[in-house]
Write a new protein. Structure first.
Length: 151
């Protein structure tokens, strides 16, 4: 696989996030929750960001509904002497498993289509042969890592 090193490096970064995918955002949003917890007023945060109290209120509302930019979150974190962290965690255990799962799905469709055509021509394959063909096709897809995986 040509992107093996890249996958490995990303997996290492993502492993640090595993377990955090269940972390829930406070109902009032992170900004307001943290601001309240550290005793910082909207005016004080606004002053640090060079914006009005009303603008801080708007930012907190936008964060609560998920309509805030990453850049804004980074600036706000910095103003509160914090770091904003974000990332992705694959539903599979790793990126390799994500690719493998998708390759198997595609390979299964391809092999089953071929198998159906062969049945119509009275050339039936055994279940073992079909499973083997699926694994071979999946390995071929993984090795080439074609963009077709995500169509």
């Amino acid at each position: 696989m040509k992107n093996k090193l890249q996958l490995q490096q990303l997996n290492e970064k993502m492993e640090k996030l595993i377990g955090l995918e269940h972390l829930s955002v406070p109902p009032i949003g992170w900004i307001k929750a943290i601001r309240n917890a550290i005793g910082m007023s909207m005016e004080q945060l606004g002053k640090k960001l060079s914006i009005t109290k009303q603008a801080v209120m708007d930012i907190e509302k936008r964060e609560k509904v998920g309509a805030i930019t990453i850049k804004s979150m980074q600036e706000i974190a910095k103003a509160m002497d914090m770091k904003f962290v974000y990332g992705f965690v694959p539903n599979a255990d790793s990126l390799e498993q994500l690719i493998e799962k998708r390759a198997l799905e595609i390979a299964t469709k391809i092999v089953q289509r071929t198998s159906t055509t062969m049945k119509l021509e009275d050339q039936v394959n055994s279940k073992t042969r079909i499973e083997s063909a699926i694994k071979e096709r999946a390995a071929e897809i993984i090795n080439k890592t074609p963009k077709i995986l995500w169509d």
